[in-house]
Design a protein around this ligand. Structure first.
Ligand code: FMN
Length: 267
């Protein structure tokens, strides 16, 4: 009874605002809804398509929830080819990325510098660090992009993401961002197979193919379809949280996200 009265009272205030500020026509009401739609920016880099695959699921879910999404994919100035191609070149890249080598990226779309209800900064872990293209973006545009914004780090990794998260959190805070609890996905294949498998894959081998004994333990590189589907559900929930104005300070999702399949990821 009291709830019903309260609802009618709120409807009265809203319709009064429409008639005063938006002149009450259906066209203006449509504009009111569009202008009040929550907006999310996703900035991402993906070397071997794993982050990109997950984001496709996440964006489906976000859009299903009714938020507006703009996705900007970082484009390195010097082309980075996957797979790297040889064991020695893979080893060199791992050492360089351990030392946080920057990989400069092309300028981002000016839209990215607008106001957003949430910014998602997504990418893989490289030698316990954020990837070189993401580090390069933070160096060049970090202050302009992230100052005063709420930024949610989204991480795709083999399984070791904590140093990456704490590093990117510190960098984002130094740019003036408010950092939300991260969304993390690690490869579902158990150790030691996923570490060996990722290294071989980067070096240009195809460890998941053929009839080798290794394939029994390493059926697939990267994330599973189930994880992409879980990411869609997370997108849907996250969109609903954003619309409801829920605080993102506390973790809303387990890190790493646990899928139904066996997933023994460790941070
Ligand atoms: C140079 C390099 C270093 C990596 N180092 C790590 C690491 O320290 N920890 C980890 O969990 N995964 C590591 N990985 C694996 C990637 O994080 C993982 O494969 C991720 O899913 C790739 O995402 P992407 O395809 O979007 O680039 C590394 C990959 C590369 C290329």
């Amino acid at each position: 009874m009291i709830g019903g009265f309260f609802f009618i009272y709120i409807c009265g205030i809203v319709s009064d605002r429409f008639s005063k500020e938006y002149n009450g026509t259906s066209e203006n009401i449509a504009w009111f809804i569009i202008l009040n739609k929550k907006r999310i920016l996703i900035l991402s880099y993906s070397f071997s398509s794993q982050t990109r695959n997950l984001l496709n699921g996440l964006i489906d879910g976000l859009e299903e929830s009714g938020v507006e999404v703009f996705w900007e994919q970082l484009n390195p100035v010097a082309e980075l080819r996957f797979p790297i191609g040889s064991i020695s070149a893979t080893f060199i890249m791992m050492v360089q990325t351990f030392l946080r080598k920057r990989y400069p990226v092309h300028p981002v779309n000016p839209i990215c510098f607008e106001q957003w209800d949430l910014v998602i900064l997504a990418g893989p872990t490289w030698s316990y660090n954020p990837s070189g293209p993401v580090l390069s973006l933070l160096d060049r545009d970090g202050k302009r992009l992230f100052d005063g914004k709420t930024v949610l780090p989204f991480i795709s990794c083999r399984g070791y993401w904590r140093v990456h998260y704490h590093g990117i959190k510190a960098l984002l805070r130094s740019c003036g961002a408010k950092v939300a609890a991260p969304i993390v996905f690690s490869h579902p294949t158990p150790e030691p197979w996923r570490t060996i498998g990722v290294f071989l894959k980067l070096a240009g081998k195809v460890p998941e193919a053929g009839n080798s004994w290794f394939r029994r333990f390493y059926p697939k590189y990267g994330h599973s379809r189930q994880q992409v589907e879980d990411c869609r559900m997370i997108g849907l929930e996250l969109g609903q949280y954003i619309i409801a104005g829920t605080s993102l300070d506390c973790p809303l999702f387990p890190a790493p996200v646990r899928s139904e399949e066996k997933d023994d990821s460790e941070g």
